[in-house]
Design a protein around this ligand. Structure first.
Ligand SMILES: C[S@@+](CC[C@H](N)C(=O)[O-])C[C@H]1O[C@@H](n2cnc3c(N)ncnc32)[C@H](O)[C@@H]1O
Length: 239
């Protein structure tokens, strides 16, 4: 590996593990959700789930199928702690588990998160209050409606995590909007880059974007960097 930047990232973040005690609180909440008997009204604004598109879903099923598993959620937290963003934007809050991982790993950051399903967003907001995550700003509504306003209020965007509406055109649209607020030190994390042909197409287009200089394909996530003054380099890492 010829990039000291990527070498350090791999050794200090990607190949390490988060001490379990650090994320015990959020993960206890996940465990509770996995056992929940509650039903919630779901408004599907994205590409849907391959398993269940019922308008009312069990919270436990959402927790089981829609959320990033612990290991990946912890990796997101380590990335946030490593890059020290002042502003974080998450597209796709769901029940708020990854939002909490990001917000707790970077407690100094203002973490904006957008969720289109109002009942799910209300549950997530309750979780943020309960976990006293006062650095999270919840925005309820479609990405199309909310994103321009949220970005408009943000000076610069340091870290963006795109985890919703897994189709090519919308993903590229949201990425493009976020780019307008991004800078050479910004980090983008795209979820499920190999989930469908559409997401493969989106990932290839992101890699080819003239402002993108370094990408790291971690299979579940794609990391995107805009660091200036270097040739394009694309890495594929599997653990
Ligand atoms: C995969 S889940 C997010 C999981 C969460 N990041 C986690 O791992 O803890 C994606 C969420 O994005 C929301 N979503 C999808 N498309 C959307 C859109 N176009 N506008 C707003 N919300 C959307 C869905 O309602 C869903 O709750």
């Amino acid at each position: 590996m010829h990039s000291p930047f990527v070498f350090a990232l791999v050794n200090e973040v990607l190949r390490t593990r988060t001490p379990r005690s650090t994320t015990a609180g959020v993960e206890a909440l996940r465990a509770e959700l996995l056992n929940s008997k509650d039903l919630v009204e779901v408004m599907d604004l994205g590409a849907g789930s391959r398993r269940d598109n019922a308008p009312k879903r069990r919270v436990a099923d959402i927790a089981r199928t829609a959320l990033k598993p612990r290991r990946q959620a912890e990796q997101l937290g380590r990335l946030a702690a490593y890059f020290k963003p002042n502003t974080v934007l998450e597209l796709g809050t769901s029940l708020g588990i990854t939002t909490l991982h990001l917000a707790q790993a970077a407690p100094w950051a203002e973490v904006h998160t957008i969720e289109g399903s109002p009942a799910i967003a209300a549950i997530a907001s309750g979780h943020f209050r309960r976990m006293q995550a006062s650095n999270i700003r919840m925005h309820t509504g479609s990405f199309t409606d909310q994103l321009p306003a949220v970005l408009g209020k943000m000076g610069r965007l340091d870290l963006a995590y795109i985890d919703g509406h897994h189709a090519a055109a919308p993903t590229l649209d949201y990425f493009g909007q976020c780019l307008a607020k991004a800078h050479g030190g910004s980090v983008f994390i795209l979820d499920d880059i190999h989930w469908s042909d559409g997401m493969e197409e989106a990932w290839e287009a992101v890699k080819a974007h003239p402002r993108v200089t370094v990408t790291i394909d971690l299979f579940h996530h794609g990391l995107v960097f805009l660091r200036t003054g270097r040739q394009k380099q694309h890495f594929v890492l599997r653990y």
